[in-house]
Design a protein around this ligand. Structure first.
Ligand code: AMP
Length: 402
C-alpha cells in the first residue's frame, strides 16, 4: 500500500547567483514541486515556487544574502506551507558540474568535500564553487540528511584513454589533469535509458548517439549504456558550435588572434565562450529561433550560422556511428533538440545511406516537450526526440546511493 507520507528527495542545482530546485517522491517519477531563486546576494532577489505542473504557487522578492538563506527559504516553502515534513526528506541530490575522478555519484563526506575543493574548483572555477555552496547550505540547514553529489562529468568516465587524451605532452595530463572530461552526462544518461525503453531493447544491447542541443551542446556515443566518446572536452567549449561558444577550432588560430589583436587570456576566453558560435557568426543572436527567422528573412550570415551549426552536428553523428560500428538510434534532446524541427531536418538530411530516414511529418509535429520517433517505419536507425529530465535522473541516483 502506498504511504500517505512518502519519502521525498530535494534536488538542487546551484549557480553563481541562482538556485533551481525540484522535489520528487522517492523511488518514483513523481515531481511534487519545484522552483527557482534568482539574484542571490542582491537586495531584490526573487523566489518563484511552483506546483508540479509548473504553475507558480508563490513569488516573492526581497533580500536573499547567500545560498544558505536561499535554501532555508526553499525549505520554508516545501516543509512548511508545502505540507511535507523534515522526516520525509530522504536525500538532497546536488547537480555538480565537475566530478574530476568520480565515475559515479557520491554521498558527500569530508573526504569528498576536500577532493571537490582541492581538485575540481580548479577544473571548473565558474561552476563547482557554487555547486559546493549548495552542498554546504544543505548541510547547514538539514543536518543528518544525506547529500548526494551527481556529476555532469561522471557518465563520461567510461571513455577509453585513447579517446580522452589530447595529443599534448603527456606531462600536462599527469601534472595538470588536462584531458577530455565531457559534460551534460546526466542528460546523456537519462535519454540513453529512455531510448532503450523506446527501442524495447536492454540498454546493454544498444548503440546510441545522443545529441544534447541546448544553450550548451554536446553529443555522446553510448555503447551498451556506457559512454565511449563525447564532443565536449577539458571544458564545455570543445565540440559542436553553440549559442555563444565556438566549439572546435584550430588552437593556432587562437594564438594568432591573441597576437595580432593584442588580446589578453581573459579577453580571448570571453571571445571564445561568449562572443562566438551562433551570435559570433550571425551578429544577431545566440538563440536559434532568431537565427532561423533572420535566415528566412534573407540574412546571409544568419543562414551561414544555421548551416554551420547543423553541419557540425552531422559530422559528429557520422563519427560516432562509425566508432560504435552502427547505431540503433540517434536521440535529440534539450531546448533545440526537443523543439526545432528545422535543425533536426537539416542535420538528418541525406543520411539514408547510413540508415537514417527521417519522416518530415513526424519531425514537424515533435515540439514542446513531446516525445517520440521521427524516423520513418523503414529507417534501420531510429531517430527519437526525448525530453531530458536531469533532475529526475539525479533523484533516481540519489535513491540508489541512500
Ligand atoms: P536549454 O539549455 O536546454 O534550456 O536550451 C535553451 C535553448 O534552446 C535556447 O537558447 C534556444 O536557443 C533553444 N530553443 C528553445 N526553443 C527553441 C525552438 N523552438 N527552436 C529553436 N531553438 C529553441
Amino acid at each position: 500500500m502506498k504511504s500517505s507520507t512518502p519519502d521525498i528527495n530535494l534536488i538542487i542545482n546551484c549557480g553563481s547567483s541562482s538556485l533551481k530546485y525540484k522535489v520528487f517522491e522517492s523511488g518514483t517519477e513523481n515531481c511534487l514541486t519545484g522552483g527557482l531563486v534568482e539574484r542571490i546576494g542582491a537586495p531584490d532577489a526573487v523566489i518563484t515556487h511552483k506546483a508540479c505542473n509548473g504553475n507558480p504557487l508563490d513569488r516573492i522578492s526581497g533580500e536573499v544574502k547567500n545560498h544558505s538563506a536561499a535554501i532555508s527559504m526553499v525549505l520554508e516553502r516545501i516543509l512548511g506551507a508545502g505540507g511535507f515534513s523534515k522526516k520525509q526528506l530522504k536525500a538532497v541530490g546536488h547537480r555538480v558540474v565537475h566530478g574530476g575522478k568520480y565515475s559515479e555519484p557520491v554521498v558527500v563526506n569530508d573526504e569528498v568535500k576536500q577532493y571537490l575543493k582541492e581538485v575540481t574548483f580548479e577544473l571548473a572555477p565558474l561552476h563547482n564553487p557554487f555547486n559546493f555552496e549548495g552542498i554546504a547550505a544543505a548541510e547547514k540547514n538539514l543536518p543528518g540528511v544525506p547529500n548526494v553529489a551527481v556529476f555532469d562529468t561522471a557518465f563520461h568516465q567510461t571513455i577509453p584513454d585513447f579517446a580522452y587524451m589530447y595529443a599534448l605532452p603527456y606531462r600536462y595530463y599527469t601534472k595538470h589533469l588536462v584531458r577530455k572530461y565531457g559534460f551534460h552526462g546526466t542528460s546523456h544518461q537519462y535519454v540513453s535509458l529512455r531510448a532503450s525503453e523506446m527501442l524495447k531493447k536492454p540498454l546493454s544491447k544498444t548503440k546510441l548517439v545522443t545529441c544534447h542541443l541546448g544553450n550548451g551542446a554536446s553529443l555522446a556515443a553510448v555503447g551498451s549504456g556506457k559512454c565511449e566518446d563525447t564532443s565536449m572536452g577539458y571544458t564545455p567549449l570543445e565540440g559542436v558550435m553553440m549559442g555563444t561558444r565556438c566549439g572546435d577550432v584550430d588552437p593556432a588560430a587562437v594564438l594568432h588572434l591573441m597576437m595580432c589583436e593584442e588580446l589578453s587570456m581573459h579577453d580571448m576566453d570571453t571571445v571564445l565562450n561568449k562572443q562566438s558560435g551562433l551570435v559570433g557568426v550571425s551578429g544577431i543572436s545566440n538563440d536559434l529561433r532568431d537565427i532561423i527567422k533572420a535566415a528566412e528573412d534573407g540574412n546571409e550570415r544568419a543562414a551561414l550560422a544555421f548551416k554551420m551549426y547543423c553541419y557540425r552536428i552531422k559530422k559528429y553523428i557520422g563519427a560516432y556511428i562509425t566508432l560504435l560500428n552502427g547505431a540503433d538510434a540517434v536521440v535529440f534532446t534539450a531546448g533545440v533538440g526537443e523543439n526545432s524541427p528545422p535543425v533536426r531536418a537539416e542535420v538528418l538530411k541525406n543520411l539514408e545511406n547510413i540508415g537514417i530516414i527521417t519522416d518530415p511529418v513526424l519531425n514537424g509535429a515533435m515540439i514542446s516537450g513531446r516525445e517520440g520517433e521521427i524516423s520513418s517505419a523503414s529507417s534501420p536507425v531510429k531517430v527519437f526526440v526525448i525530453a531530458t529530465n536531469e533532475e529526475l535522473m539525479i533523484s533516481r541516483l540519489a535513491d540508489k546511493m541512500t
